[in-house]
Design a protein around this ligand. Structure first.
Ligand code: PLP
Length: 394
């Protein structure tokens, strides 16, 4: 099996399994309990908090609050700020956010909030002037992702944070779910108030996430309950998962493996674009402005679903756009926002690498994919357009 769908989720690292295993088989107890068993669990949670703090470059472990997933972290950040600032009814976000932000903001619009949806250009990049122009005295929050889950395009959150700070009193939330573990992050150098991450994107299990809440930022609780997480997030802590997230952050902070991921991605991307005539890259061609593990490529006039099915049969797992769209046939909102023509958006495939990919994975994919595309091209109802395309590109 060749797994090229690491932006959907990642395999749990053996080091992470080893770190969490004692908390499943050996240790037990509620981390809120005052007895020795409880304290043992609590110390696992606090070690993990330090590991997350270190990876993010946060100032203090008290700024990290554990949640159940990235979506919870995003929802909490946005709803928490709005509840805390009831007089402010304006939100600024982008058209290409993950559903966790986009669908929540759309829902808030129906509930009387005003949302400014920032557009992107054909390369998936934001226009920072339109961000500056969108800020108002009643803007409660700016919510922008660091890395796009479909294209890997990075938004300049350093610059965005400075614009938000110097032009408004709004808080700045960053959805960092796709970036954490893939690129270095140093929150001490950024004007970021809230930052969401999710364990399963960096080789921890599904079911754990975190929200960074900068010291001094007041945030209404999202899950109201007991005094867990210093009263900021109710619910008994999922200790094994939290320990796993900490171990995954420590692993991600080590330099080994990162360069290989970049090299494999580049090799696959170059191979596809040079060998397949109807392939076109979605997102900026400037690789310094994209995640090092992601390539989103459209195969014009063929159906992404068909490509996915053929690759799946050959033992290669990929996504069409975002995994969340795999049940709908609409082109993804991100590609639509980038004005990718429908004929190309429908045939988009996301290849995303992780720590367990090898050069053999890339070679096998490059061996099989051109034949699969050629076969689908022959079956395409748009064969006239395709023949012209192939002829034009030699
Ligand atoms: N934000 C981004 C950018 C994502 O890619 C995802 C998941 O794909 C999420 C948020 C949601 O994270 P989770 O699956 O942990 O809820």
């Amino acid at each position: 099996m060749i797994y090229l769908d690491n932006n959907a989720t990642t395999r749990v690292a053996p080091e992470v399994v080893a770190a969490m295993e004692p908390y499943l088989n050996e240790f037990y107890g509620n981390p809120s309990s005052a007895h020795a068993l409880g304290r043992q669990m609590k110390s696992g949670v606090e070690r993990a908090r330090k590991q997350v703090t270190e990876l993010l470059g946060a100032a203090d472990p008290s700024e990290i609050v554990f949640t159940s997933c990235g979506s919870e972290s995003d929802n909490w950040a946005i709803r928490g700020v709005l509840e805390q600032n009831p007089e402010k009814k304006h939100i600024v976000t982008t058209l290409v956010e993950h559903e966790a932000v986009r669908n929540l903001c759309a829902r808030l619009e129906l509930q009387g909030y005003e949302v400014t949806w920032l557009e992107v250009n054909g390369k998936g990049e934001l226009d920072l002037e339109s961000l500056r122009a969108a800020l108002r005295p009643d803007t409660a929050l700016v919510s922008v992702m660091l890395a796009n889950n479909e294209t890997g395009v990075l938004f300049p959150i350093g610059e965005i944070g400075r614009i938000v700070r110097s032009n408004s009193k709004a808080l700045f939330h960053v959805d960092g779910v796709q970036a954490v573990g893939k690129i270095p992050i140093d929150l001490s150098q950024l004007e970021v108030d809230l930052f969401a991450l999710s364990g399963h994107k960096l080789h921890a299990p599904q079911g754990v996430g975190a929200l960074y809440v900068r010291t001094g930022v007041e945030l209404a609780p999202f899950i109201v309950g007991g005094s867990q997480e210093s009263g900021r997030r109710g619910g008994t802590s999922a200790v094994p998962n939290i320990v796993a997230l900490g171990a995954a952050c420590e692993l991600a902070g080590k330099p080994e493996g990162h360069e290989l991921i970049r090299r494999l991605r580049d090799m696959l991307e170059d191979g596809i674009l040079s060998q397949i005539a109807n392939a076109r890259l979605n997102g900026t061609p400037d690789r310094t402005k994209r995640l090092p593990n992601t390539s989103n490529i459209s195969f014009e006039y063929v159906e992404g679903e068909n490509i996915l099915a053929h690759l799946n049969e050959a033992g290669i797992s990929v996504s069409t756009g975002s995994a969340c769209h795999s049940t709908t046939r609409e082109a993804s909102p991100t590609l639509r926002a980038m004005n990718v023509p429908y004929s190309a958006a429908q045939g988009s495939i996301r290849f995303s690498f992780g720590r367990y990919n090898t050069q053999g994975d890339v070679e096998q994919t490059l061996r099989l994919l051109p034949g699969i595309i050629e076969k689908l091209v022959k079956m395409s109802p748009y064969d006239k357009e395709l023949r012209a395309l192939y002829a034009a590109r030699g």
